[in-house]
Design a protein around this ligand. Structure first.
Ligand code: KG4
Ligand code: ZN
Length: 334
């Protein structure tokens, strides 16, 4: 990252193929894959950027929240680089990184803002009062939105991660065909809940004998195109997918609409893996929320290091540095 604005190189080592046969992320395998990938990824990032170690001003890493084994690999590696190359170390909260993915691409994002982080691990809404000042307003009580996508996809026989596949198929179904009851929240009415939706889909699969189509989808390669998935997905299932996607989008955007009434903000940020969702982007663009809504480009919506670099550049300017006693924290709050 140069000057906190220009991404000189962005290298992502995907582990999706490793986890695909287990239907989800296996923590032990994730940390092993990180260990295997980290040196080649760092070397490739340096090579692509045409930069040498001695030209760097600092090294940054995320130290949480997330899977401890994976965080340990990154934190330990960054500390070693910091020590060996005598570079300041910057610690970035992973969620803060997701927010800075938006600021990186949309420097005009005005504060205060409302930030929705929606990924496989998080569905969290923050009020961002000023730079690096966050107040958690609501969160999911159970599954994250991405997790709900992945679990529903798995019930229907699609491979992990199912979010992108369901998103591609949703436009082919009727979003009003299946009615899901909305979770009524006790306590903070703005909290999210997606586990009931997943259970409703499970009941639907039991009531609609779909064993044959599920078996057919399990025979399709994980990398199949939308057309290949359409060939093994009947109309009733497409209707279910469209209705599920519509319900998730409504849950997310209705909370944002309510909140922008209560908290006067200048902008809305939607970030994290689920921010790739085409239906969500279209609905956000058509919504009557009176302030601009910013998404990162899909490449910066899912996990990446550029967003950590963007947050770190701002921290470096404020001399907000970490020591070599930095520790990974699985459940770090923002
Ligand atoms: O941010 P991310 O890369 O990793 C973390 O969870 O931190 O997000 C991955 C999640 C997965 O659950 C995946 O299914 C979901 O984001 N996802 C999507 C889409 N693309 C990725 N969900 C819905 N629609 C999409 N287009
Ligand atoms: Zn993430």
């Amino acid at each position: 990252m140069e000057d906190g604005r220009r991404v000189l190189s962005s290298v992502v080592a995907s582990q999706i193929q490793t986890h695909q046969k287990y239907g989800g992320v296996v923590p032990e395998l994730a940390s092993r894959e990180h260990l295997r990938a980290i040196t080649p990824v760092v070397e490739e990032a340096l090579a692509q950027s045409g930069t040498e170690w001695k030209e760097l001003d600092a090294v940054a890493c995320t130290y949480g929240p997330g899977l401890l084994g994976s965080l340990l690999v990154g934190v330990t590696y960054a500390k070693a680089i910091s020590y060996a190359h005598k570079l300041p170390l910057i610690a970035v909260n992973h969620l803060e990184g997701h927010i800075h993915a938006v600021v990186l691409e949309h420097p005009q994002t005005a504060l205060p803002a409302l930030a929705l982080i929606v990924s496989g691990g998080h569905t969290h809404l923050y009020h961002v009062r000023a730079d690096f000042e966050y107040e958690l307003i609501s969160r999911t009580r159970d599954d994250a939105a991405g997790e709900a996508y992945d679990k529903v996809a798995k019930l229907l026989g699609f491979p992990y991660p199912g979010g992108p596949i369901l998103d591609k198929l949703a436009p082919y179904g009727n979003p009003k065909a299946v009615r899901f009851t909305r979770a009524q929240m006790k306590g903070n009415a703005l909290d999210f809940s997606f586990s009931g939706l997943k259970t409703a889909v499970l009941r639907w699969t039991e009531a609609n004998a779909i064993a044959d189509e599920v078996a057919a989808r399990k025979r399709v390669a994980a990398s199949a195109s939308a057309d290949e998935w359409l060939a093994v997905t009947p109309k009733a299932t497409l209707d279910l997918i469209a209705s599920f996607q519509q319900t998730v989008i409504d849950e997310l955007l209705s909370r944002i609409a309510k909140l922008t009434e209560a908290h006067p903000v200048e902008s809305v940020i939607i970030t994290g893996g689920v921010a790739c969702n085409a239906g969500l982007r279209l609905a956000a663009a058509a919504s009557k929320i009176g302030v601009p809504i910013y998404f990162p480009t899909p490449g910066l919506s899912t996990d990446n290091a550029a967003m950590i670099g963007a947050a770190a550049s701002r921290k470096l300017r404020k001399h907000d540095l970490a020591g070599l006693d930095l520790r990974a924290k699985a459940s770090l709050a923002l």
